[in-house]
Write a protein that binds this ligand. Structure first.
Ligand code: HPA
Ligand code: ZN
Length: 354
């Protein structure tokens, strides 16, 4: 990829919908938190810590990938630390020119080491993000995650807290974690309550489990978007069904390779989905765990699947349409984004024609 395109993609105003806050915590940030709050880590050497929390090559499964999160759980010793982590993650997204961001997190996971009250925790997360929004050109909405492995009781609590912060920075809920061991139907009750409360819903499905999970997520859990959804590529009828229902898939290329959701990057069905008319967005999932950036993932899509700059730009506007951010925020952002995206093309084509 030539240097000019790398710069263009970095500069491009971007929209990302599927990114876990916990998966954005780099070894550097974890070390800083550990130093400032006296947190004991298994190693305080940057490279050693990196090898503990970053995937090297592939893992054998989604479950093994998720084990990389273990030490990241130490990044939330106090509410001040929570606020700082949230600020740093949003700031780093803004530095990659992400202009609209949905960031998801699990209040259960963030309270494992220090049992924060969830109200306090949400306040801290929102405060950090609001500060980043003040300093940088970025809009952030939060998705509260229900962890599959925690069972139904915390799931109902997560729905409750998400509902009470809807419109106050929380834009939806998610179901994440080990899909193979905990299928979506276990959580029907919680998602019924979410639907009754008018919460926006996305569900990780068809990643560590089969295509039936995608159907259940949509029909029973009320998912308006699907995290990954890769398994529908096995089944033409399912592809047509998802396309006709206009349910967008949140695609995360490198994550899917690392979790062996696809055997290798070349086998990824992203181009097949796109050409078939399925709505998609491109995303990072867990950039610090995967050692990637959003810009690099877009370049990877261009390099490997021949997405053109115009297609990438279309995907950014598509992601904004698919976003759970409040309509008034989307309506303010859309014309600005359209104008900036247009200006970038004309500059590039002028340069190309010189
Ligand atoms: N799938 C399920 N759970 C997760 C993921 C994912 O891709 N990333 C972080 N938690
Ligand atoms: Zn995810």
């Amino acid at each position: 990829m030539d240097q000019k395109m790398i710069e263009t993609i970095h500069r491009l105003p971007k929209v990302e919908l599927h990114r876990h806050l916990e998966g954005c915590i780099s070894a550097e940030l974890l070390l800083e938190i550990a130093r400032d709050y006296n947190v004991k880590l298994p190693s305080h050497d940057l490279n050693e810590l990196r090898s503990l929390i970053q995937v090297q090559g592939q893992t054998s499964s989604l479950k093994e990938f998720l084990e990389k999160f273990y030490w990241v759980g130490m990044a939330f010793p106090t509410l001040e630390a929570v606020e700082r982590v949230s600020y740093c993650v949003c700031r780093d997204c803004a530095r990659d020119n992400i202009r609209a961001l949905e960031l998801r997190f699990s209040p259960v996971f963030m309270s494992l080491e220090t049992p924060h009250s969830w109200d306090d925790l949400l306040h801290a997360v929102l405060k950090g993000a609001r500060q980043a929004e003040k300093e940088f050109d970025i809009d952030v909405g939060f998705i509260i995650g229900i962890s599959r492995s925690n069972g139904i009781k915390p799931a109902l609590r997560v729905v409750d807290i998400a509902a009470s912060y809807a419109g106050l920075g929380v834009v939806g809920i998610d179901l994440f974690g080990d899909e193979a061991a905990f299928p979506p139907e276990l959580f029907t009750t919680a998602f019924k309550v979410a639907q009754e409360n008018g919460l926006n819903i996305t569900v990780h499905a068809g990643e560590g489990g089969g295509e039936t999970n995608i159907k259940i997520a949509i029909e029973e859990l009320g998912a308006q978007r699907i995290g990954h959804g890769i398994r529908i590529s096995n089944d033409e009828d399912m592809m047509a069904w998802v396309r006709d229902k206009k349910i967008p898939l949140e695609i995360c290329l490198t994550s899917n390779v690392q979790t062996q959701t696809v055997p290798d990057l070349q086998s990824h069905p992203v181009r097949k989905f796109y050409d078939y008319g399925i709505k998609i967005s491109l995303n990072t999932d867990d950039p610090a765990i995967s050692n990637i950036t959003f810009s690099n993932e877009l370049l990877l899509a261009m390099e490997t699947f021949d997405f053109t700059l115009d297609e990438i730009k279309g995907l950014m506007l598509g992601a904004l349409d698919q976003s759970f951010l409040e309509d008034y925020r989307k309506d303010l952002l859309r014309p600005k984004l359209e104008q900036e995206l247009k200006a970038i093309t004309s500059k590039e084509s002028r340069k190309a024609g010189e």
